[in-house]
Structure formats: C-alpha cells, structure tokens
Design a protein around this ligand. Sequence first.
Ligand code: ZN
Length: 221
Amino acid sequence: VSYAPSTVAGKQAAQELAAFSRALYERGWMPGTSGNLSMRLPDQPQKALITASGRDKGELTTQDMVEIDACKGEPSRPGQLRASAETSIHAAVYRTTQAEAVIHVHSPYATVVASRAQLTNTTSLLHIERFELLKGLGLRDPSSTAVAVFPNWPDVPLIAEDVEAYALSATDAPPGLLIADHGITTWGESLAQARNRLECLESVCQLLVLSAAELRISTVP
Ligand SMILES: [Zn+2]
C-alpha cells in the first residue's frame, strides 16, 4: 500500500517531502510522529502529496506519502496508506490561498505563543509589530501583521472549517496560522518558501517569549 510514484514529478515531490520532514524532525519541530507536510504535484496541480499518518518523521521515505485531491483532502487513488490526521487543514489552505506547499509542525515557541494567545472556543488574532523577521513573510506591509489562533478542536475537520471561514474573511492574512496548545501551519509557493516562513514565525514567537512582553490579542472582527 506504500506510495509508488507514477511520474518523475511525483517521485521528486516525494523525495522533497521526505527530505524536508527529516530536516524539520532534526530541529525538534516534529517530535514523535507529529507534524505533516504536503505539496501540490507540479504536473497535476489539482493533486497533492501528503505525509502518511503515524510515521516517524525522521525516517520518512518516498513511499510514506499519500496522493490526495488537494482541495478535498481525500485520497485520489485507492489502496494507499492513511493520510495525515490533519489533511483537512492542508485542504482548507489549498482551497483558500495560492499555496503550492503546506507545512504543519509542533515547534516549541509557536506552540507556547499559540497557548498564550488563545481565546476560549473562538478564533483570536495575535498582533505582531516591528520585528525585522516579518519581512520574511511576503506581506504587503511588513511593519505589522495579525496571525490567527484557532481553537484546537479534537475533531480536526472543525479546525479546518474555522481556517477556511477565517481565510475567506481576511483579505490581508499572513501565510501562516497557529492552533492553540498545538502548533503552527505555514504555506508558500514551494516547500522551501513555506519552511522559510515557518522559521520566521517560529523566531518571532521565540522573541515574543523571550521579551516577556504582554501579547496583543483581539477577537476576529
Ligand atoms: Zn499537529
């Protein structure tokens, strides 16, 4: 049932996903089997590859992938491994943004900030200003941004619903989001760009924690 790419593009995508997973695992951002990565297939952009559920992210091979319909999040061929439990969140990002690749990890500083910035049972906005690192997010105005923090519903598709509803209402949202007590998701036009944005947001969260300044939080207007 393991993934056997039928095209050169599929094989390259699977190799890239495995390599990025290993690197993020080694940084301590995908403890245990947590976290998941996906990218649209360059030769069939309506489809994406996503890391399989329950695999050790430091030991992924090109076979530990699942081919899905990018916007539906459903397996696009029968007899595959089980897709990541958080596939519905990736699909919500593909439906509502120009993303070609999505990365979700449990990096420590983003997770701490997501815990502190949450509001009970509703999406909050974490306002961030001035940090030079905001320039790494590709914002129209890099002087400030507001990152959405979603409740960590046990039923993951409910998180995906919140992500989609927010993305459709927010015109200037950054290419990343936080999930309370859980972790961070970023996206971009490639895995490398999604990873760079992840590094920037994780670093900003580290600075917020180290500065010990009070977080600026609001409700979604
Ligand atoms: Zn997660």
